[in-house]
Design a protein around this ligand. Structure first.
Ligand SMILES: [Zn+2]
Length: 135
């Protein structure tokens, strides 16, 4: 299968999720065109709002290491839920700016896998082009 390595890494990091409140584990793996992989898991907090999603952890880490959207080949997001989990609204807003519209987003929960992209997940988005005031 084409995304076998990414899925393996995402499911492995999913086990590191810190989710004492929801018990909903998420793992993510950003595959980079240079052959590197960057992973992230969700980390919750008793105050709830500081909670960080797995896919944001992974893509922010990639950007922190100097990678940009042209470097991202795909992002794989896996969950422990009964049905495939899709990125939350906040993550969709982040991804619409940090990856290309057609970058494959692979979603899986072990029993099912599907591939989509951020253009499908967040159509008609507000993005960086909206902030061009012509100044
Ligand atoms: Zn999210």
């Amino acid at each position: 299968m084409k995304y076998e390595i990414e899925l393996e890494k995402a499911f492995a990091v999913m086990e590191n999720a810190y989710v004492p409140y929801s018990n909903y584990k998420v793992g993510a793996c950003v595959k980079l065109k240079d052959g590197n992989y960057i992973v992230g898991a969700n980390v919750e907090n008793a105050a709830y709002s500081p909670t960080m999603c797995g896919e944001r952890n992974a893509i922010f880490q990639a950007y922190s290491q100097g990678y940009r959207k042209d470097d991202v080949e795909s992002i794989t997001i896996v969950t422990s839920g009964k049905r495939i989990g899709t990125p939350c609204g906040v993550c969709r807003q982040v991804l619409v700016e940090l990856i290309h519209q057609d970058t494959p987003i692979v979603l899986s929960n072990k029993t099912e896998t599907r591939i989509t992209n951020i253009a499908n997940l967040l159509p008609d988005s507000f993005n960086e082009e909206d902030l061009d005031y012509g100044i």
